[in-house]
Write a protein that binds this ligand. Structure first.
Ligand SMILES: O=P(O)(O)OC[C@H]1O[C@H](OP(=O)(O)OP(=O)(O)O)[C@H](O)[C@@H]1O
Ligand SMILES: Nc1ncnc2[nH]cnc12
Length: 170
């Protein structure tokens, strides 16, 4: 399937100079949505994934259906101030700013196997922060899965201690 045809490109969003890769047009397509989830299932089925950790917000959209198909739990990694119980926090740099992420301290069983999922890998700062949060819980990070990877931004190099897979590369 030509997945690139389902990704809309918006120049200068959310800031001048950023070419935004919009996955809403992929989500809108019944065939496209089910194809990307099945590709991820094919890659990770049988690997004993206990939890999919999805990164707010677009990581939730792909992480939750994937967790369901893998018979794994879903754990949200959220922007600050959104999770109600005790959290671990980690700040990071973004292609267009700075932010922080949080995870519930009791979200992941120690030694459980965790896959981090997001829609897009750019500089890798977000995924790297999510990985540090998973590691703070004593769970075992199995790897990262992304729908889109922006190769020129070199995010993969920040995550190279664990397997990184992406379905679409630019
Ligand atoms: O690899 P990086 O340079 O860290 O950038 C990638 C992150 O940026 C986007 O999220 P954003 O923070 O815009 O939040 P959203 O998903 O809520 O729109 C995207 O969904 C990734 O999470
Ligand atoms: N170019 C981009 N398009 C969509 N989401 C992004 N997150 C970081 N960079 C992005």
């Amino acid at each position: 399937m030509d997945l690139k045809a389902l990704i809309r490109e918006i120049p200068d969003f959310p800031k001048p100079g950023i070419l935004f890769r919009d996955i809403t047009t992929l989500l809108q397509s019944p065939e496209g949505l089910s194809f990307v989830i099945e590709q991820l299932v094919h890659r990770f089925d049988g690997q004993g994934i206990d939890y999919v950790a999805g990164i707010e917000s677009r990581g939730f959209l792909f992480g939750t259906p994937l967790a369901c198909r893998l018979s794994a739990g879903f754990v949200p990694v959220r922007k600050p101030g959104k999770l109600p119980a005790e959290v671990h926090s980690m700040s990071y740099d973004l292609e267009y700013g700075t932010d922080a992420l949080e995870i519930h301290q009791d979200a992941l069983r120690p030694q459980s196997r965790v896959l981090i999922v997001d829609d897009l890998l750019a500089t890798g700062g977000t995924a790297q922060a999510a990985a540090k949060l998973v590691q703070k819980t004593q769970a075992q990070l199995v790897g990262f899965a992304f729908i889109i990877e922006l190769e020129d931004l070199g995010g993969r190099q920040k995550l190279d201690s664990h397997p990184v897979m992406s379905l679409i590369q630019y």
